[in-house]
Design a protein around this ligand. Structure first.
Ligand SMILES: CC(C)(COP(=O)(O)OP(=O)(O)OC[C@H]1O[C@@H](n2cnc3c(N)ncnc32)[C@H](O)[C@@H]1OP(=O)(O)O)[C@@H](O)C(=O)NCCC(=O)NCCS
Length: 189
């Protein structure tokens, strides 16, 4: 790539919690995941996973103790792990992890999950914008993700943010007995 990559020297970013007004009148707080969130985040991701059609994860195999390490590793330099809470309950989680090798430190991959009863209210957009702003702030040049071709809401969200298709793994997953492609999307923020 031309212009050189300075991403390797990027400093950790201080992350400030922020409030988001949801379309149903509630207020969500987006903040970094902390040790006390470990159990709730595992339960949250598992609930979305149990729906069976949106995300690759079916059940997280990490213990709360291991989850805390994941949060700690997302230190604002190597990555960022955020949660959204409403009245103290976790309704969304999202994380972004930068490539660990010299070769791919200019890239990062992300994942997001909003609880079923809190979708379509603007939270996914706010959390994605938070992750992308972080990526930009630490010099990441390319953000990638995989999405199932059947996941219309997620595809619409990503395209709205400027993600474009870079590839397609045909029949990569079987969802409710049907083969579905995984689409690889990227954003050069
Ligand atoms: C996909 C997901 C992250 C979107 O988050 P969300 O909070 O529901 O989305 P938002 O309300 O912020 O919507 C943002 C934009 O996404 C698109 N969108 C969201 N839901 C949509 C739907 N049901 N149909 C079409 N477009 C949709 C729209 O462009 C929307 O903007 P608009 O409301 O101004 O039209 C969320 O639905 C989710 O977590 N789903 C389950 C897990 C999952 O699929 N994770 C992603 C795996 S790749």
């Amino acid at each position: 790539m031309e212009g050189g990559i300075s991403a390797g020297t990027a400093a950790a970013q201080v992350f400030r919690a922020k409030k988001v007004a949801l379309r149903d009148g509630r207020t969500a707080m987006i903040r970094r995941a902390g040790p006390r969130d470990a159990e709730a985040v595992i339960a949250h991701v598992n609930a979305v996973g149990a729906e069976g059609i949106h995300i690759m994860t079916e059940k997280l195999r990490r213990t709360p103790r291991e989850e805390k390490v994941v949060f700690r590793n997302a230190d604002g330099r190597a990555g960022l792990y955020i949660v959204a809470s409403v009245d103290g309950e976790i309704v969304g989680s999202a994380d972004i992890e930068r490539g660990r090798q010299t070769k791919n430190r200019h890239t990062a991959s992300l994942g997001i999950a909003i609880r079923k009863d809190s979708r379509g209210l603007g939270l996914g957009l706010a959390m994605m914008r938070t992750l992308i702003a972080w990526a930009r702030s630490v010099g990441i040049r390319k953000v990638t993700l995989g999405v199932f071709a059947s996941n219309t809401p997620a595809l619409a969200l990503y395209r709205r943010l400027g993600f474009t298709e870079e590839g397609r793994l045909r029949g990569q997953v079987i969802l409710r007995t049907k083969p579905v492609d995984e689409i690889l999307l990227a954003l050069w923020p």
